[in-house]
Design a protein around this ligand. Sequence first.
Ligand SMILES: NC(=O)c1ccc[n+]([C@@H]2O[C@H](COP(=O)([O-])OP(=O)(O)OC[C@H]3O[C@@H](n4cnc5c(N)ncnc54)[C@H](O)[C@@H]3O)[C@@H](O)[C@H]2O)c1
Length: 270
Amino acid sequence: MSRFDGKVVIVTGAASGIGAATAKRFLDDGAFVVLNDIRRDKLVETSSGFDPGRVLIHSGDVSDRTYLQAMVDETVSRFDRIDVLVNNAGIEIIGPILGTSIESWHKIMQTNVDSVYFAIRSALPHLLKSKGSIINVSSTCGLGGDWYNSAYNASKGAVSNLTRALALELGISGVRVNAVAPGTTFTEMTKPIEQHAALMTKFLERIPLGRGAIPEEVASVIAFLASEDATFVNGVNLPVDGGLTASNGQPNATAFLADFGFASQSEQRL
Ligand SMILES: NC(=O)c1ccc[n+]([C@@H]2O[C@H](COP(=O)([O-])OP(=O)(O)OC[C@H]3O[C@@H](n4cnc5c(N)ncnc54)[C@H](O)[C@@H]3O)[C@@H](O)[C@H]2O)c1
């Protein structure tokens, strides 16, 4: 008996990265999974090894609320129920505020925020019946600001606070609402940063574990939040960040100690 046997899970943005790993994790744990993505070919490729009897491939644009309603309706007509909604699809557009086009602002808000709000509205009648749960994929960028990332920061901040507000509103009905806040996770989204060695080094030196995550390390936390092991967890934005947000933002003092010739076990009065 697997922990999601008979459960029906929707994962948006499931063609690659965290979404693909999440879909696979729920399938491995016994669920029926609806995989959404805007990239149909990539979605078909990603799901090629999955049991066709337990998946529904549903390609479309999550920023279109008519599409989201159709995705939910077709999920229920195929599998009869919805137990878990994972709002994962997202995009990042970086740049200074005056260099970011109005079109990019609207695209990021529609893809990252409107999608979550309207997917929840469409799926909620079914989640109320199943006493299911919602997991939103926010970001450490939703918990604080970054340089030159204001549109993405605003969008993920909205996802984080929507999570908190709906956890309050829906908790009494038995529907839990939580989010994960991943830090650097190696996916297609981080490819441009990975190609910039100096910036990548700066990212990694802020992470106490000294490395970024692989998508499966985020997927396993999403599955935990949806599981019977988390029945009293509601309204959290759980960092999956190797300890990044445990820092107050000051730089790592290791180099300071080394420059002054202190052995690793010695102290320094400041
Ligand atoms: N990779 C990271 O370091 C990181 C960190 C924090 C949060 N996140 C968040 O994790 C989520 C998944 O990103 P990822 O890192 O796996 O990147 P990814 O690019 O591999 O996956 C995102 C998926 O969303 C899909 N998508 C984009 N717009 C869509 C739309 N309008 N409709 C349907 N699908 C759409 C893409 O085609 C892609 O397959 C995103 O919400 C992202 O903001 C990523």
